[in-house]
Design a protein around this ligand. Sequence first.
Ligand code: ADP
Length: 638
Amino acid sequence: MTGIAGRTLRGAVSLVIFTLCGVVTLPALSAEPPKVVLLTGGDPMQAAVLMQTQAIRSVLNAELPLGSETFLDTLDGLRFGADWLTPELFALLRKKYDGQHIDLVIAIGNYAAEFARTHHAAIWPGTPVLVTSVPEAWLRRTGEFPSTFVLMPYRIEIGKTLAIAESLQPEATHLVVIGGSAELDARFSDEIVEAAALRRDKWTSIERWEGLPVPELRSRLAKLDKHTTAVLYGTQYRDQGGRRYFPFELVNRTAEDAPVPIYGWYANYIDQGAAAGAVYDLEENGRMTGEIAARMLMGDKTYQTGAVAPALPARCIANIAVLRRLGISERSLGPDCKWLNVPLPPYREYWKEMAVALFVIGAQAFTIVAMLRQRRERRIAERKAATRHADLTRASRIATVGELSASIAHEVGQPLGAILSNVDAADLMMQASDNSDAELREILTDVRRDALRANDVIVRLRALLQKQAITFAPVTFDTVLERATSLVRPEARRRGIVVHTQFGTNEAQVLADQVQLQQVLLNLAINALDAMENAEQEDRELSITTRIAGDGLELVISDQGIGIPQDNVDQLFEAFYTTKERGTGLGLSIVRSIAEAHRGSVYARRRSGGGTEFVLWLPLASTMLNPVHCADIETASA
Ligand code: ADP
């Protein structure tokens, strides 16, 4: 054996590849895929080992034309200790590979490298060995390796990790070094303490915790202060009680609620909750190992035995989520430090929830806008309908008055005739010059009375026909209805019908528009007159009665006319229902809508003894807190 590795490491570690002229027969590629043994010192399912072996396998299969046949042998010396099992492992592997041709052995980690160095010639004689994932410092200590070995060391850069801790915790002066009880663990802790001792100016006190079981470790960590103390963790494969771990497990179980950052060197430490470190990337190592192994198998002269690949540099990696939890700013880290677990800004982390919320808000806003729009349109429609209704009501009033025109003409004509006669009489008296002042004054009094009578008719008619705003105000029920009755009387007289009235509500008031209230009476009374058109003389009687009914007032108009069939009482109030040749069928429907707008009601019933009775009921003004629909007032006044 020559001291290739030793020399190389001592002399020129920083060279990219240093090739020496060891002579080894590399397999010529045949029709068979090359056979490769992967020898690990750890549990094959340990994340670090798995990451490496998977990367090696996939690179080999990708780079080699026929792929490779790989066999994994695990020695697990890291956790079980090496020496006491080594003879049996050696015997087992020698038996296993006896008579087998192996093209390459890849030894991963210190224990596998040591095992291969000692036993490769007996188990895999003549087979080249690629040693990977061994710390550079260990290689230096271990000394020479056979010339058939190619070496791929890595560098645990404790100094770099300490520098990261110093930049993140500039005020901390106390350093806690956590390590396990296994031999490798202790060596690791030694190295950390040595490296920290070089920075005595910064780390004035260094404490070593060795092989503490998890609960104790947690309680000790909980008492630390991030302002004064930094924690570096090497490895803990075993604790004082002999319990075995994968090193990352300790981070996983302690870092989560530790009040101080824990620094380390393996990528999976940082994944599991360590804060930061100068990290040796095992996956990258696996990929590079696979590439060098593939080249060796293809006979690349660069990698003929004795070569030493430069140690992979450690890279700064920081777990930003952990630093933020501890309230430590990551700003002091250099620009080439890789950030892991950077918490997403809320809009990215909760974008789904926010999208749903925005959608809901948008949908609500849309619905609200649509509803407001609908409400506005409904109001406009209501206003239009009410305007139309008001127009129709007025048109109906004009038509009713039209029906009364003959009697109105008579009503106005009579006083005018009387005025004329009185004026003639006065004229004669003045011509005869036998006038006495007293007689002339009497004539003038008559003229004035008749003029007022005619004027009164016209005033009442104008009030009925004028286009004016509908106003709801407290009005005396009887007074308003008596005024309307006076318009009906002449028409009844003209038709030979006697009008009986009985106004019995005293001074009781309703909240009403008086023109509309009069219109109700006119419509009902004229219908009653129509119904008695062919009635016998003794039946030609129209009765108009008012009375108090509960908390309202009633107007009852009854006739002894043709009557109504019982089964179509409701139909009478439908618009356009008429049995009259020149009827419009609007009178009763308008009466009903006026009654409803006044929060009242109207109905028809047969009169005992023949004929019909229409009953209007309106609430007393004193009972109306909110008397009428705003829309009715607003729109009806259009
Ligand atoms: P119109 O008088 O133009 O026909 P109305 O709506 O006022 O319209 O009346 C509808 C119908 O109700 C009348 O055509 C008539 O058949 C019936 N009616 C109304 N009042 C009476 C009444 N007092 N007696 C009998 N029938 C009536």
